[in-house]
Design a protein around this ligand. Structure first.
Ligand code: SF4
Length: 465
């Protein structure tokens, strides 16, 4: 199985040479132009989309090159040290090529780290600080339009292909996993009211989106901070909670894919919606380990749940359910016995899609203080053993699909081959379905196919209609 992607660059929109700095607040006889570099996870991508939407609404143009931009916004990631380095490099590149740079995103929660290396940045704001970013842009490149009198598409500006969109339902997280510093960077759980989320989803579907990818830090906790407050949408009352969200989204006629769900008992209620075809039979559950003692040291949400029984219950209710997860091997103190427990857990769980990270310390994380860090060569060895086991499970599970029919969504056309995804494949992180000789298909099309082959990660198919 494919390792999960490190939370690094999703879109970097530039090339080209340096631009001399302009005087602050200079007035322009053309639309002001903002360059944008977006790094990090899908949650950061949604932040970028919101800022871009505001910029376009106010008459800013988005510049594809550094030299044509009046100012550059860099949306950073600070999840692991590699992502911090990539963010600092991106800021340096923007400074070198343009000179006028505003920094936002997760790394913005640690401005001292940015300013120590790049003291010339114009402004540093934290994650999802849209207003602060806009204020900084206004200060350095004044707008020419009033956002309330100029139109942008009702679905806003998006960086994803037209046929799918990320739907962020909350910010922040109330958990305190010992390896993670996201709560200190992005704050406590702050859910968006249900009616607001459902209206946004409706606008996206009206604009041609065929797949909604629900994201947050902890989707199963949705609404707890709002005490599950009610809202009205399409003349019906919904509570701001996980199951009502799934019901509402499931009525839109699009694929609905649930990410970052934790295995709490209340999650069971969504499985019948999957069996009925209203929500995709797909759950992204970041289990992270199979050993209860390691999960306890990780301080994982739902670490005391009997996850294997829960998986069995889900599959009993919805046999076609695909479960995706990520894992960390070599967590501090992980013994050979605990690692074997993880492998045994994998054999029993038979997950469909698995990504794996070798543990690496993150500045400020509680896990750094744990004793008995696992040496890197042993981490490498465990990673290889884990991936071999996971790859064999994936290959066996994919093979079961050969000879079956399925509906897929086309993401790309490469030569005469359509690269599509099934219900079991989220974009960017899971496998694909390759359809050879797919004449007549276009990006964003549905296709009904017969599966004719499988390898460890991907399927190949023949077009039926
Ligand atoms: S659930 Fe854990 S890993 Fe995920 S954001 Fe919250 S604290 Fe971090």
């Amino acid at each position: 199985m494919r390792p999960a992607r490190a939370p690094v660059s999703i879109a970097a929109l530039f090339a080209s040479r340096a631009q001399p700095a302009r005087a602050q607040g200079s007035s322009l006889d053309r639309a002001p132009k903002v360059g944008f570099v977006s790094l990090g996870c899908p949650k950061a991508l949604v932040d970028s989309e919101r800022i871009l939407t505001r910029l376009r609404a106010e008459g800013y143009e988005i510049s594809p090159t550094y030299d044509a931009a009046d100012v550059v916004v860099v949306n950073t990631c600070g999840f692991i040290d590699a992502a911090v380095d990539e963010s600092l490099d991106a800021i340096g590149e923007a400074l070198e090529r343009n000179g006028r740079v505003i920094v936002t995103g997760c790394l913005g929660a640690r401005p001292e780290r940015i300013l120590a290396r790049h003291p010339r940045v114009l402004k540093v704001t934290g994650a999802h600080a849209y207003e602060d970013v806009m204020d900084a842009v206004h200060e350095h490149v004044p707008p020419r339009h009033d956002p309330f009198t100029h139109l942008v598409p009702p679905q806003g500006i998006r960086l994803t292909p037209r046929h799918y969109a990320y739907l962020k339902i909350s910010e922040g997280c109330n958990n305190r996993c010992s390896f993670c510093i996201i709560p200190s960077m992005r704050g406590r759980l702050a859910s968006r009211p249900i009616d607001e989320v459902l209206r946004e989803a409706e606008r996206l579907v009206d604009a041609g989106v065929k797949e909604l990818l629900v994201i947050s830090q902890d989707t199963s906790a949705y609404g707890a901070d709002l005490r599950y407050r009610s809202g009205t949408w399409r003349d019906a009352t919904y509570e701001t909670r996980f199951i009502d969200l799934a019901r509402g989204l499931g009525s839109l006629g699009a694929w609905v894919r649930l990410h970052y769900v934790y295995p709490y008992p209340h999650v069971d209620a969504v499985i019948p919606l999957m069996a009925e075809g209203r929500v995709l039979p797909y759950l992204d559950v970041p289990f992270q380990h199979g050993s209860p003692s390691v999960l306890k040291r990780m301080r994982r949400p739902a670490h005391a749940e009997d996850t294997l029984t829960r998986i069995q219950t889900w599959r009993g209710l919805c046999p076609q359910l695909a479960i995706r997860s990520t894992f960390i091997v070599g967590f501090p103190g992980e013994t050979e016995a605990e690692f074997s427990e993880l492998l045994d857990w994998m054999d029993a769980a038979q997950l469909d899609r698995v990504g794996c990270f070798k543990y690496s310390p993150v500045e400020g994380a509680a896990a750094n203080a744990l004793p008995d860090h696992v040496p890197v060569p042993l981490q490498e060895e465990r990673y290889a053993r884990f991936m071999e086991r996971a790859g064999a499970i994936s290959a066996a599970r994919l093979k079961r699909h050969v000879g079956s029919q399925m509906r897929v969504l086309v993401d790309a056309i490469e030569g005469g081959t359509a690269v599509a995804r099934s219900a079991a494949d989220a974009p960017e992180i899971d496998g694909v379905v390759r359809i050879a000789g797919a004449r007549g298909l276009a990006v964003g099309d549905w296709a009904d196919v017969m599966i004719v082959g499988a390898d460890a990660y991907d399927l190949s198919a023949r077009l039926l209609h």
